[in-house]
Design a protein around this ligand. Structure first.
Ligand SMILES: CC(C)(COP(=O)(O)OP(=O)(O)OC[C@H]1O[C@@H](n2cnc3c(N)ncnc32)[C@H](O)[C@@H]1OP(=O)(O)O)[C@@H](O)C(=O)NCCC(=O)NCCS
Length: 173
């Protein structure tokens, strides 16, 4: 049985195996601590009966007015536990939190090469809202899709009308 529970500081010493995945962004410890301090309700871990970390989601709520939204900062599932619906469950959790916070939409950034994640988000109802050029710095840099799904508060689904032109990272609020 899988347990969903809030992420704790100690989990940072135990999530290496999950984060070894090259498509999983790994941040400095203070970044995770910042999320734990500000948005603990958005930071959930899925744990196996033996206490192994199966995956986690980390997010936040931000924006003004109709830009008030939930954001997925990290979502990852260990290769040992993929294709069991865990990511879908974690996303549903974050969407519920965003609904309770009266957000207008949920968004996330994903590498344009990450076909599996794009397919998953599409299946979960997300659309490509815009392309962010060279969002991921590296060798070479890579573009991101900013994908969005409207919450029930966005009655007219204004937040998910795709932009016609790509934007630069500095234009992303
Ligand atoms: C992307 C990722 C989070 C998916 O996790 P998961 O728990 O295996 O996903 P789920 O089991 O919830 O899959 C939900 C749906 O996504 C799609 N999907 C997931 N993995 C897929 C795959 N390997 N191939 C094709 N479709 C896939 C399917 O439509 C699936 O539904 P189905 O199994 O009923 O067909 C996982 O592969 C991962 O951690 N990847 C590395 C990190 C990453 O890319 N994170 C996202 C960064 S933005």
């Amino acid at each position: 049985m899988t347990t969903l529970r809030p992420f704790t500081c100690n989990d940072m010493f135990r999530f290496n195996k999950v984060n070894l995945d090259p498509l999983t962004e790994t941040y400095c410890l203070s970044f995770y601590m910042q999320y734990l301090a500000h948005w603990p309700e958005y930071f959930q871990v899925a744990e196996s009966p033996t206490g192994e970390i199966m995956g986690y989601i980390m997010g936040k709520a931000e924006g003004q007015g109709e830009s008030w939204h939930g954001h997925v900062t990290a979502l990852t599932v260990s290769p040992d536990y993929r294709r069991l619906g865990l990511a879908a469950t974690l996303m549903s959790f974050l969407e519920d939190v965003s609904e309770k916070k009266r957000c207008y939409f949920v968004d996330l950034f994903v590498r344009v090469s990450n076909k599996i994640a794009i397919e998953m988000y599409t299946k979960l109802g997300y659309i490509v809202y815009r392309t962010v050029l060279e969002y991921y710095v590296g060798d070479p840099d890579e573009d991101a899709y900013d994908m969005r799904k409207a919450c029930s508060r966005d009655v007219h689904k204004k937040s998910v009308i795709p932009l016609e032109h790509p934007v630069r990272p500095e234009e992303v609020d």
